[in-house]
Design a protein around this ligand. Sequence first.
Ligand code: EPU
Length: 338
Amino acid sequence: MKIQQQVSLKKYNSFGIDAKAAFFCEINTIETLAKALQLAAYPTKFILGGGSNMLLTKDIDALVLHINLKGKKISTETDDYVVIEVMAGENWHDLVLWTLENDFGGLENMSLIPGNTGTSPIQNIGAYGVELKDVFVSCEAMNISNQKIKTFSKTKCAFGYRESYFKNEGKGKYIITSVALKLTKKNHSLNTSYGSIDTELVKNNITNPTIKDVSNAVIAIRSSKLPDPKVLGNSGSFFKNPIISEEEFSVFSKNNPDAPFYQVSNKEFKIPAGWLIEQCGFKGKRFGDAGVHKNQALVLVNYGQASGAEILALAHKIIAAVTEKFNICILPEVNIIK
Ligand code: EPU
């Protein structure tokens, strides 16, 4: 096990924030993970996955364990479906491409989501009408305090909109080591009605789409709206779309008849935070090297040298403006490391 000192985390977080780890260790096997967690000389450990959903606001005075567990296999196969078991350090989009090469259906709408497979259950990643929970079977996770591996069923994971057990009661207690997903081998059920997938398919004269066609459509839509973290540091949606009650919605919609919304239940309505932020005049605005993306106001960006604290200050400014104008509280989706 090699422990390095004073390592820049710039290339390990998609915001490209140049915070430093006091100590850093690459984790390639389950055994190393267990051993590293037992190192008494480094009492504080910090778990780093794909780094695509966090904002580092300061240096990390701890032993950073970079989860780089690799490997994937088919664990169950029938004529109709496969269950694949994927190690936590596998890049999510590379996994999606691998499933498409094998004609396994289920992940196509979640193409191009940054990050690693091991962190996908933490916030129940989702896009274009599909969420991880729709294909999820179970995951394995190491208990940080006793290093035992435990299997979490879908029910135990308590998935919600960008929520799970691991963001709530289980926070800081487990490290996800692998994820099992159930994918179709035939009769794929395509989900093309959300957003502009259908429009994109029609534009390309595709009338009988395959899962690869759906993936290509999603890639085209995402690339047109969302910045590539390799080019412009960002963490995807910085905020969650707020969910408001029926009473709040009746006031809101009277004052804002043109606002987009989705009804999520009888009594709850989701309002796109991107729309609220744009209405407050932030879309495309830049404050030093921190900014709001020009094509999607839900995304905060780092033009190069922004610190995490500067991005956080911009987030607070946006939250205050949205509260002031709409009396709606928007919350970060990104994990803020303070
Ligand atoms: N909108 C604006 N201005 C903006 C952005 C959006 O008016 O600057 C409006 C759009 O016109 C549209 C509505 O808001 O009417 C919704 O926009 P969009 O379809 O782009 O999706 P979103 O609600 O902004 C969510 C997810 C994205 C996911 C897309 C597509 C959250 C927080 N974000 O965004 O997830 O890709 O739907 O499914 O739920 C991510 O989590 O990192 C992410 C990118």
